[in-house]
Ligand binder design. Structure first.
Ligand code: NAD
Length: 333
């Protein structure tokens, strides 16, 4: 039995979390949940954004499933997500994007896995507001050690999962210092994994090629902000944020999360699509070595997705979050 820290989050978080819990219970997955919340809702209730009890639970269990957390835009507290990634050095943000039968998209045959560096770059928190001169700075810090870790992780993943190619996305023509660090780190990792083809692309060209010929890409590795944007672009290629999974992985801890936000516009209506969080929970099962259970639930999910009427409104159906979960349960073999 695996004990997992469960962070339901804000907005639609508790609704989609409940759906995942119901599906796991019905599939008799050997997982028990230890619920510890964080974020706006927790703050409103207890005055704490990130309670110590959550840290204690994470440090004990080392694996968590997290719903979306509201972050104020342009003011207020620092992102909880970024804080957790940095506190526990969850340096890999893993974002698979694959076209699935039943989920409408402009493309077919896409199967991309993106590795975003998760703790440095423009997210390093090095921000300065010089009120006197009216100047704002955000420093993009890339370390040689951080670049080596994320590039090696991408190549190691490619080798382990029978992937053929890794593409580094960068802006080394303009951002020469961090760009060169990433180019050197990727070249070093490519030498260690000679069976994996390696190429690099400048980020603007990369965006254009991703929308014109996305099927050419296999594994992508990049720095934090480029990865943030590219991963949502990749999600858009395969049906949107409501259907893609994500994971924050370090050497000894992993937090799996829905990549969409807390969707305040639909929170409390019971219509949110739980697919993204469920797929993240399936990544978590693979991480725990429970591949068989993951495949069984994935098959039931894919069967549900093939029938629009069994899905939530964002996928063209009319099912509620709980009905969708029940449909996945009914499709379990
Ligand atoms: P959002 O992802 O919450 O919503 C964007 C649109 O997608 C909305 O119309 C929403 O209704 C829809 N949507 C999102 N998830 C859906 C789902 N599962 N089913 C159906 N529709 C869904 O993005 P936003 O509005 O830019 O952000 C809202 C809040 O979420 C902000 O506070 C932001 O900081 C936070 N956020 C958190 C995370 C995270 O915790 N990982 C990620 C992104 C945004």
């Amino acid at each position: 039995m695996h004990t997992i820290t469960l962070i339901p989050g804000d907005g639609i978080g508790p609704e989609i979390t409940r759906a995942v819990q119901d599906i796991f219970a019905a599939a008799q997955v050997p997982v028990q949940w230890e619920e510890q919340n964080a974020g706006q809702t927790t703050f409103d209730q207890s005055g704490e954004l990130l309670p110590q009890a959550l840290f204690d639970s994470l440090e004990k269990n080392r694996v968590a499933l997290k719903g979306p957390i509201t972050t104020p835009v342009g003011k207020g507290f620092r992102s909880i997500n970024v804080s957790l990634r940095q506190k526990y050095d969850l340096y890999q943000n893993l974002r698979p994007a694959k076209t699935t039968e039943g989920i409408s998209s402009r493309y077919s045959g896409i199967d991309i896995v993106l590795f975003r560096e998760n703790t440095e770059g423009l997210y390093a928190g090095l921000e300065l507001w010089d009120e006197h001169h009216g100047i704002g700075d955000s420093i993009a810090r890339v370390s040689v050690a951080g670049a080596r870790k994320i590039c090696r992780a991408a190549f190691a993943y490619a080798a382990k999962h029978g992937r053929k190619k890794v593409t580094l996305a960068h802006k080394a023509n303009i951002l020469k210092v961090p760009g060169k660090i990433m180019l050197d780190a990727a070249a070093e990792a490519a030498r260690e994994f000679p069976q994996i083809q390696y190429e690099d692309k400048i980020i603007d060209n990369m965006c254009m090629q991703l929308v014109t010929k996305p099927e050419q890409f296999d594994v992508i590795v990049t720095t934090n902000l480029f990865g943030d944007i590219l991963s949502d672009l990749c999600a858009g290629l395969v049906g949107g944020l409501g259907v893609v999974s994500g994971a924050n992985i370090g050497d000894d801890m992993a937090i799996f999360e829905a990549v969409h936000g807390s969707a305040p516009d639909i929170a409390g209506k019971g219509i949110a699509n739980p697919t993204a969080l469920l797929r993240s929970a399936l990544l978590m099962l693979e991480h725990l070595g429970e591949k068989e259970a993951a495949t069984r639930i994935e098959n039931a999910l894919n069967e549900t997705l093939r029938h629009k009427e069994q899905c939530t409104g964002d996928l063209g159906g009319a099912a509620s979050t709980q009905q969708f979960a029940q449909n996945v349960i009914n499709n379990l073999k």
